[in-house]
Design a binder for this molecule. Structure first.
Ligand code: F7E
Length: 345
């Protein structure tokens, strides 16, 4: 392949999306440079589980260190740059609003400035989010729906989104913003609700705990898809003739409670719901045991009640389609977690 091999640089390489995207780009013959934060502990488990760790050029890097990103951009001049690094846990953003702002907003300004200065031909992908719609102004949400973020995370991401659009319009940089709705997988962090649920049910299934799963707001509705499908959409955006903004979503919305019921089914529990609000419980009909209860500590200061995306633009312009359904995603996550615990025994 020699000189024609494309170079892709990915921040957030150790996260859920970083792993799936790297795997996809490697399969397309890319040279993948993974940027990771140096730390005392090794954070490469996901890349190792994907079996791709050895194929990625891992480079230690700090998004807050502008000199770092400038040097990297100058040295590599990547064909494509995917910014997947972020403080991405919405609930934590009320505890760490300033850090969230630095990582999720200033970090993007750092990258765009470095591209502008040292590698203006680099195509840039920004991981934008449906959290920007927050208190939704229309249902479903598409690229033209007004934004109304409901968390410091959503506010920081909104700045990054507009800066991406602005650098596209101001300097002609090929900068794309992907407004991705929730995307999950067996590689999802356990602080996010879907994986928290599947991991706990796998433990209950394997007899590794007998405690009920404790959750917050069961009424919130989310539009969940499979992360593996969504990373392909990121790449497709950078292969177009012109940079643009696209929504990627499953176009279905389900309450958290529904995901719990289905995940329970795949773990062997037949859950019925009793009570309301913070008194609500999920009981397994087979054993008559309480397997889910509400703990108000997981309620958020402001909630995003419903997200439902309309991806018609991505379907028609990118020819992007999700392959994994909501039920298949839930089944895949529960089964993988059960297998993981079985291996440990
Ligand atoms: O919460 C409710 C919670 O933390 C989903 C990130 O990737 O997607 C993700 O953000 C819903 C919320 O994801 C618990 O109140 C109830 O309504 O899984 P989550 P998120 O906040 O939607 C977007 C697109 C991003 O961009 C973000 O980076 O579930 N919920 N009980 C709970 N949530 C959590 N985490 N834990 C609970 O116990």
């Amino acid at each position: 392949m020699g000189n024609t091999q494309k170079k892709a640089m990915i921040t957030g390489i150790t996260g859920q999306d970083g792993g799936y995207l790297a795997k996809f780009l490697l399969s397309k013959g890319y040279r993948v440079i993974g940027l990771f934060r140096r730390g005392a502990t090794d954070t490469f488990e996901k890349l190792k589980e994907h079996g791709i760790f050895e194929q990625i050029e891992m480079v230690g890097f700090e998004l807050m260190e502008f000199s770092n990103i400038c040097r990297l951009m100058k040295a590599y001049k990547p064909d494509e740059f995917y910014n997947l690094a972020a403080q991405s846990f919405v609930a934590a953003s009320w505890e760490e609003p300033i850090y969230t702002l630095q990582a999720d907003a200033t970090g993007v300004a750092n990258i765009l400035e470095a591209i502008r200065e040292f590698s203006p031909k680099t195509k840039f992908y920004q991981a934008s989010t449906s959290e920007m719609f927050g208190k939704v102004q229309a249902i479903p949400q598409n690229e033209t729906t007004p934004f109304y973020p409901r968390s410091p995370y959503g506010c920081a991401k909104l700045y990054a989104h507009w800066l991406t659009v602005n650098y596209r319009e101001s300097f002609g940089i090929f900068a794309c913003s992907g407004i991705l709705f929730n995307h999950e997988s067996p590689m999802r962090g356990k602080e996010f609700v879907t994986r928290k649920i599947t991991d706990h049910f796998a433990k209950l299934h394997c007899g590794l705990t007998n405690k009920p799963l404790e959750l917050g707001n069961l009424n919130a509705k989310r539009d969940w898809g499979f992360a593996g499908d969504y990373v392909e959409g990121m790449w497709m955006m950078l292969q177009q003739d012109h940079p643009d903004t696209y929504v990627l979503s499953s176009e279905e919305t389900h309450p958290i409670r529904d995901f719990v019921t289905i995940a329970g089914k795949y773990a062997g529990f037949d859950i019925t719901w009793e009570g309301e609000g913070s008194q609500e419980i999920g009981v397994d009909k087979n054993s008559n045991k309480v397997v889910v209860k509400v703990n108000p500590k997981f309620f958020r200061p402001a909630e995003v009640d419903i997200l439902l995306g309309d991806s018609s633009k991505a379907h028609s312009r990118l020819n992007w389609k999700r392959k994994v359904s909501y039920e298949q995603l839930c089944e895949m996550m529960v089964k993988t977690d059960i297998e993981r615990y079985k291996k440990l025994r």
